[in-house]
Design a protein around this ligand. Structure first.
Ligand SMILES: [Zn+2]
Length: 332
């Protein structure tokens, strides 16, 4: 990449001090030809900063450091199924149907509690902070200078430093050492791992509809499940044939919230709520006959985030239910 002129490629790429960054090649035709126009639109708008693991660990928001271990999640889902069956049995016996009380923990409370010991994170801390879509405008100068200090001076240019210090908009960050390690672990090309990670981050850019200051659903495990499954689905749909199979091997290494990338095409979020998006019954019926639901779910998720401030408990429950079904498919 560093041998090419920037004008050869449709995006600006800056190395902030990652020696492995010199192995990343943004001039490859395959990288650009796999993108559809929606991903491409984000790609040409967002600069890419290549960083080393120390820099990525500084940049990666502490509140995002969570991961669902598939084994433990499967166990929790089994317990939940048992609990629900017992509840149904009780209801049949007594003839009474009782709604869950506000103060009773639900499945996602239990799930969230299960990640608090950080066992999941420690298991996946090398495969999650690999790429990051970040609102750089929210990072102050001191913090940015600190990130630069962690970079290898031999691969960092003055132009990269200046751009990083002055960029006041979102950007994509890629941790090249972790990309190369991931590829080596699986014995596949680091270009393919880079492309998967890059498309995934562009997926987050596509879904960036949350207004400033609105409560971020990503901070809840159900929100993270929906967002990460959709981001992986956006990345996955770029690949065909052998490459798609290799990408599935890459994705198999990820924690539970990333695994339902196929399920988002099979399960549609509650249809009665979709009606509230202003779609006619005719459109909804047409969609129900279209077996790929990922696009519809993506539209719905973007709309939900956009109107997050006014979302009620009912709407949130719809997404929780959707996330739970995704998780069941993802870890089974
Ligand atoms: Zn992600």
């Amino acid at each position: 990449m560093n041998q090419r002129k920037m004008t050869d490629i449709p995006v600006q790429v800056f190395n902030l001090g990652s020696p492995a960054g010199t192995q990343m090649d943004f001039g490859r035709d395959a990288l650009w030809s796999r993108m559809d126009s929606e991903i491409g639109f984000e790609a040409v708008n967002l600069p890419v900063f290549l960083v080393n693991p120390n820099q990525m660990d500084m940049l990666y928001p502490p509140e995002y450091r969570r991961a669902l271990d598939p084994e433990r999640t499967r166990k929790l889902l089994q317990e939940e199924a048992l609990r629900e069956a017992q509840k149904r049995e009780r209801e049949q016996e007594t003839g009474e149907w009782r709604e869950r009380r506000e103060e009773e923990p639900d499945f996602f409370d239990r799930l969230q509690r299960s990640e608090e010991d950080q066992i999941g994170w420690s298991k996946y801390s090398e495969v999650i902070p690999v790429g990051l879509y970040l609102h750089l405008e929210r990072c102050n100068q001191n913090f940015r200078s600190g990130v630069l200090k962690q970079g290898d001076e031999n691969v960092r240019t003055a132009e990269a430093e200046n751009t990083f210090l002055n960029h006041q908009a979102p950007a994509i960050l890629l941790c090249c050492e972790r990309i190369v390690d991931w590829a080596n672990r699986l014995g596949i090309s680091h270009h393919l791992v880079m492309d998967k990670v890059y498309y995934h981050e562009l997926g987050h850019a596509i879904m960036d509809t949350l207004p400033d200051g609105a409560p971020n659903p990503y901070l809840k495990s159900w929100g993270r499940i929906v967002e990460e499954s959709l981001a992986n689905a956006i990345a996955y749909r770029c690949f065909k044939g052998k490459e798609a199979r290799l990408v599935q091997r890459i994705m198999r290494e990820q924690p539970a919230e990333y695994l339902p990338y196929l399920a988002v095409s099979k399960i549609l979020v509650a249809v009665d709520w979709l009606g509230g998006l202003g779609l006619s019954e005719h459109h909804l019926k047409a969609l129900l006959h279209f077996p790929q639901y990922d696009v519809m779910n993506l539209v719905a998720w973007k709309a939900f985030k956009k109107h997050r401030r006014t979302a009620d408990r009912y709407t949130e429950d719809i997404w929780k239910d959707f996330a739970k079904h995704l998780l069941i498919e993802g870890v089974s």
